[in-house]
Each structure stands twice: as structure tokens, then as C-alpha cells.
Design a protein around this ligand. Structure first.
Ligand SMILES: Nc1nc2c(c(=O)[nH]1)N[C@H]1C(S)=C(S)[C@@H](COP(=O)(O)O)O[C@H]1N2
Ligand SMILES: [Mo]
Length: 528
């Protein structure tokens, strides 16, 4: 198989011959290729990473480096239109660079690469300056600008043919101006539609994430107690007492993480109340906030599983909001609702209990909530599984009753009530280890009751008391450790905890559904 090339067709020259009839159209080709590249970039930014839009990132860069006078001019003279105008300017400059690349490519083959390369470099710098950026944020611009050049090159090749004496295309037909304009016009129009639609979808997200990165959390009126030094038992491989935000487990029913702009967010208390109230983001931030360490746990956690995490949450007590609204008699449940449609039904008594720090949280370990963990606001209720309490992206608290309402998971086979069950887990060792002294360790939790004791059993031996780490409060888990003198051979380690009410974990195994797993966590260890 050989490519059909008519003998009359001269090879396309590297340098465009006089009379450069195509030079104006070379600019146009560059702009068309630029539009296609931009639209691919915006499409990928929408699909892959909202921080990956170079338009937004470069816009932010310009705002950051422009002199204050220019910024104020933008704000005062252009008013609310300053952002769109700024983005339009960035877009026009990018298209001018793209057009110039077309002209360069026409003058000398491959010279048009300079534009995409420059734009990519500049975009990568701008994208990289954004807080919380990850590697995927660079993917859209790199692919988009590669596509731009892949479109530019054949377009300009066509123009060259046109300038050549024969003026024929690959199939031997005359290269027509009309055909070229129809092709490029269609490409440009398609790119504008795809780009604008993608931007429409992703714009809100990138704005919200940028708003998040600018938030300065208020200083808590009441800070959480310092983590005692004894909370960390210094066992290699043990779960840290505080879970980092990016290592925190995640449970979402939504396919895409909702990204909510705090400017568009509010929380409404409605239902069986005397006075429905709505509070805005700014109002919430102006309230006296407090910080609490609370260990969240998912009802789906299997025995020994890791669907639990401990963080320092900054927020405002739900009971204060309920008090302001005035709860009517007969209510026994609060149905919290998220922007994504998820709902959780929590016992009213748990939310109004003055001794339980049930909060509307806006901060997680000193940062605004990550988008994945409910930005801008979520609920945190000590002692209840997440599915009946920890609503992320929360916008409504409906005071109601268990008789009248139910949360998202209840009709799907999960209990209407979800107090967290006492649990303990062996983190280390796993698999195999050396004979001699071995540091065994893990965590145990009994949120809102507190862990009193953890015991470890080697094979079928007696229960041995483990050392317990300190905790900030009974609302968090505790580390435990045990020094085991391990003999060579196969061994089985089993752990169990007892809570501060004197209840010991049952050996009876239960699956997570409908209201949480039970049973003792066991690991098999090979000692050499
Ligand atoms: N909007 C919304 N909130 C939600 C969920 C959800 O799917 N959607 N999952 C819940 C469940 S089942 C748990 S265990 C916790 C998990 O919180 P995390 O993802 O921050 O760890 O959030 C709860 N809040
Ligand atoms: Mo969960």
C-alpha cells in the first residue's frame, strides 16, 4: 500500500514560495488551531480538573501581579464585569499568539511550534501557582496545545500547496479558497461551542475552588485542647492520632464532587420550627466558632477496616441554630440535606444535647473543608455514623420526625439510627515479622463514650492488657500498643476493646448492614 500521490504534485516546500497568497489565511489558521486547542483544554479541564483551565489560572496570575491601581480600576470602572473582561483579554492575547504561530508556521515549517510551547509554559506556571493543585491539573493544557499544533500543521500545509504552482491537494484536486474557509470556519465554530459549553460547566467549579483558597478561617473563640504528647505511642506503622486531610477516607453517593461557592451557599433551618432561619456564609463566619477533635466513622466499615478518621473540626453548635429557630413539640429528628440530594436523619436529642459537640463545620485541621469533605460546610456529630449525621455540602436542616421522614440510606436497607459501635483494630504487624520483641499497635474507638481498655490475645492465650494512648476527649479514637515477644512460627493476634461504660466488644460477628459491623479483629502473622 502506497500513498496515492499524483506525479504532477510537487512536494510541499519547507519555505512558502512567493507570492505568499496564504499569509493572511495563515494568521487565520493559527487562530482556528488556537480555538480548537483552547476548547480541548477547557473540555478536559471540566472533565479532569477544574484547576486545569489556563484561562482562569492566567487570569488569577494577572490579578496577582498587576499593580493595585489597575485592579482597582478594573473593580471600580468595570464593576462586576471586570472578571469576564479580564478573561476575554487573556483569551484574545492567547489567540493573537496562536495567530502569529500560524504565520510563523507558514513562513517556516515547525516554526509555529513556538506559540504552543510558550503558551504551555506560561499556563503551567500559572496553574502551578494555584493552591491545592495536583498533577492532573496540567493535563488539559498540555494535551490541548499539542492538539492545537496538530491542527495547525496540516492547515498551513494546505495553504502552502495553494501557493505552489500546481495548486493541487493530496487527491489532485485544486485547493480552493472556499473549501478552506468552510473547513476552518466549521472548526472554529465547533471549537467555540465546545469551549464555551465546557467553560460553562467548569467555570463555577474553578471559581468556587478559588474562593476556597482565599478563605481565611476565623480564629476560634474556643480552641480544641492541644493533642497530648501521650496520644502518639510512637509505634512504627500505627495509625496517626490525627488524620491528614488528604488521607481522610471518603464516602460519597454523588459521582462528581459538588463544588459550592460560599457566595451562593446558605443554610436554612426549616420544618417544625417557630421561625425558619437562613444563614449565609458571612453570617456563619461571624458567629463564635469552636474547634473539636472528632473521629468520624462509616457504618460500612468492616471489622479491621479503615473507614474512620480523626480531625480537628472548626464549627458552630447546631443546638444554637435550632434554639434560634425554636423547635416545636413532637419533633424527634433533623433531616439534613446536601446540594447533591443526599440526606441524613439524626436524632434531635443528639443535636440539642449541651454535652455533645454537634456542629456545622467549616474547617478541617486548620483549613477550609476540602471540596471532597463538604466545602463550604458539613455536619459533624460525635458518636453517630456518617450516614445518619455527617452531611457534606449541607444546605438545609429540616426539623421533623422519624415517623414522617427518613434519610437517604434508610430505605436502602440501613438502620434509621446509627450510633457508632465500639471497635478496635490491629494496624501492625501485618503479614510477617522477625522473632523477638515486636511492637503491636492499632486504634480503638467508642465515640462519645470513650475507650477504657484494649486487650490483645496471642493465639489462644490469655487476654493481655495493651497500653493506651491519651486522647483529647471521648469523641476520638485512641492508639493502643503491646510489646510482644514473638516466637518463630505462625501466630494469630486478636484485639478487643472495652468502653467507659464497661461494655466489651462482642465476639459475635455482624455484617456492616444494617447498623454497623461487630466482631473481633484478627490478623495472622508469620514470625521468622
Ligand atoms: N452529601 C453527602 N454527605 C455525606 C455522604 C454523602 O454521600 N453525601 N456520605 C456520608 C457518609 S456515609 C459518611 S461515612 C461521611 C464520610 O465523610 P467523609 O467523606 O468526609 O469522610 O459523610 C457522610 N456525608
Ligand atoms: Mo458512611
Amino acid at each position: 500500500m502506497t500513498a496515492v500521490r499524483t506525479p504532477t504534485l510537487p512536494p510541499t516546500p519547507d519555505v512558502a514560495p512567493a507570492p505568499h497568497r496564504g499569509s493572511g489565511l495563515a494568521w487565520w489558521s493559527g487562530i482556528v488551531a488556537g480555538l480548537v486547542g483552547l476548547s480541548v483544554t477547557e473540555l478536559l479541564a471540566w472533565l479532569v480538573s477544574p484547576l486545569g483551565s489556563p484561562l482562569s489560572a492566567v487570569g488569577e496570575l494577572v490579578i496577582d501581579i498587576a499593580p493595585a491601581g489597575v485592579i482597582n480600576f478594573g473593580k471600580e470602572v468595570l464593576g462586576f464585569a471586570d472578571k469576564p473582561i479580564l478573561l476575554a483579554v487573556v483569551g484574545v492575547v492567547a489567540l493573537l499568539v496562536a495567530g502569529a504561530s500560524g504565520r510563523l508556521e507558514y513562513a517556516r515549517r515547525s516554526a509555529g511550534l513556538i506559540g504552543p510551547v510558550l503558551l504551555t509554559a506560561f499556563s503551567v506556571i500559572a496553574i502551578g501557582r494555584q493552591p491545592d493543585v495536583t498533577g492532573t491539573a496540567y493535563v488539559p493544557v498540555v494535551i490541548g496545545l499539542a492538539v492545537a499544533y496538530l491542527v495547525l500543521r496540516p492547515l498551513v500545509n494546505r495553504l502552502r500547496l495553494w501557493d505552489s504552482p500546481a495548486g493541487l491537494d493530496d487527491s489532485g484536486r485544486p485547493v480552493g479558497r472556499r473549501g478552506f474557509l468552510v473547513l476552518t470556519g466549521t472548526l472554529a465554530a465547533g471549537a467555540v461551542v465546545v469551549g464555551a459549553a465546557s467553560r460553562g460547566f467548569s467555570h463555577g467549579k474553578s471559581m468556587a475552588l478559588q474562593a476556597r483558597s482565599k478563605i481565611k478561617l476565623p480564629i476560634p473563640q474556643r480552641t480544641a485542647p492541644a493533642v497530648p504528647a501521650g496520644a502518639d505511642l510512637q509505634v512504627p506503622g500505627i495509625t496517626p492520632y490525627v488524620t491528614a486531610n488528604d488521607g481522610f477516607y471518603r464516602i460519597d453517593t454523588a459521582l462528581q464532587v459538588p463544588v459550592v461557592d460560599p457566595a451562593d451557599w446558605s443554610l436554612t433551618i426549616t420544618g417544625m420550627v417557630d421561625r425558619p432561619i437562613t444563614i449565609s456564609w458571612d453570617q456563619l463566619l461571624s458567629l463564635p466558632l469552636s474547634e473539636f477533635y472528632v473521629t468520624l466513622t462509616c457504618v460500612s466499615n468492616e471489622v479491621g477496616g479503615n473507614l474512620a478518621g480523626n480531625a480537628r473540626w472548626l464549627g458552630y453548635p447546631i443546638r444554637e441554630l435550632l434554639e434560634r429557630a425554636g423547635v416545636k413539640a413532637g419533633a424527634d429528628m433533623v433531616l439534613s440535606r446536601s446540594v447533591d440530594g443526599f440526606t441524613a436523619g439524626s436524632p434531635l436529642s443528639a443535636l440539642t444535647d449541651p454535652d455533645r459537640d454537634a456542629i456545622v463545620a467549616i474547617g478541617m485541621n486548620g483549613q477550609p473543608l476540602p471540596a471532597e469533605h463538604g466545602f463550604p460546610a458539613r455536619l459533624v456529630v460525635p458518636g453517630l455514623y456518617g450516614y445518619v449525621s455527617a452531611t457534606k455540602w449541607v444546605t438545609e436542616l429540616k426539623v421533623t420526625s422519624y415517623a414522617a421522614d427518613h434519610g437517604y440510606w434508610t430505605p436502602l436497607g440501613w438502620s434509621a439510627y446509627g450510633p457508632i459501635k465500639l471497635a478496635s483494630r490491629i494496624d501492625t504487624p501485618t503479614g510477617s515479622t522477625q522473632a523477638g520483641p515486636v511492637a503491636v499497635g492499632g486504634v480503638a474507638w467508642a465515640q462519645h463514650t470513650g475507650v477504657e481498655r484494649v486487650e490483645l490475645r496471642i493465639d489462644d492465650g490469655p487476654w493481655q492488657r495493651a497500653k493506651l494512648g491519651d486522647a483529647v476527649s471521648d469523641d476520638t479514637w485512641r492508639q493502643w500498643s503491646y510489646r510482644w515477644d514473638a516466637d518463630p512460627g505462625a501466630h494469630r493476634l486478636t484485639v478487643r476493646a472495652t468502653d467507659k461504660k464497661g461494655m466489651t466488644q462482642t465476639a459475635a460477628t455482624a455484617a456492616p448492614a444494617p447498623d454497623g459491623a461487630t466482631g473481633w479483629h484478627t490478623v495472622n502473622v508469620q514470625v521468622h
